[in-house]
Design a protein around this ligand. Structure first.
Ligand code: IMP
Ligand code: MG
Length: 177
């Protein structure tokens, strides 16, 4: 796809698949002997989640949440609204939230509080990407794919105005292109 908005590639397809495999192996080891419930955060995490889940070798189930944060397209406000809730209760379950990216951390903080209040047996986070420089609240995912600099990124599930999710790599967005 030729598009002027697609800038420097920050994570190549090979690096994505290698890291996803490593994360799957780590999660498999950590959750050995336990059943796992993966909670994907729609829509950005879908690509990462479906690749990751195929590298997890413990009994696992899948559910989804969709949230929206009020704010501009590139900045979240911290006021989070649930667009789609989980299909089933999570009390007594080992929950792993799967996110595309942790930016300010506000969305994740909300999700951890909201799901944490439903009595899961454990709750952890696996994020493909993190932008530590942008953090406004302290939330640290247990599993992280890549730390990236403070740039708006697209691809492998991440969008700008709903586009570019289908890029097979993670690239910087060229703003105003
Ligand atoms: P936070 O609440 O500021 O941590 O923002 C989290 C959400 O904002 C993510 O789940 C993404 O949907 C979106 N987001 C943050 N940074 C980016 C980016 O660089 N590209 C695309 N989406 C982003
Ligand atoms: Mg988004």
């Amino acid at each position: 796809m030729r598009d002027d908005a697609v800038g420097e590639i920050l994570v190549q397809p090979d690096d994505l698949s290698r890291r996803v495999r490593e994360l799957g192996a780590q999660i498999t080891e950590d959750y050995h002997g336990r059943d796992l419930l993966l909670v994907g955060v729609l829509k950005g995490a879908v690509f990462f989640l479906s690749d990751l889940m195929r590298h997890i070798d413990v009994p696992c189930e899948l559910d989804f949440m969709a949230v929206a944060s009020y704010g501009s397209t590139t900045d979240s406000s911290g006021v989070v609204r649930i667009l789609k809730d989980l299909d089933a209760p999570i009390d007594g379950r080992h929950v792993l939230i799967v996110e595309d990216i942790v930016d300010s951390g506000l969305t994740l903080q909300y999700l951890l509080r909201n799901l944490g209040a439903r009595d899961p047996k454990s709750i952890e986070v696996c994020a493909l990407l993190t932008k530590p420089e942008r953090r406004k609240v302290s939330v640290e995912p247990r599993y992280v794919g890549f730390e990236i600099p403070n740039r708006f990124v697209i691809g492998y599930g991440l969008d700008h105005g709903e586009r570019y999710r289908n890029l097979p790599y993670v690239a910087a967005l060229v703003e105003g292109a």
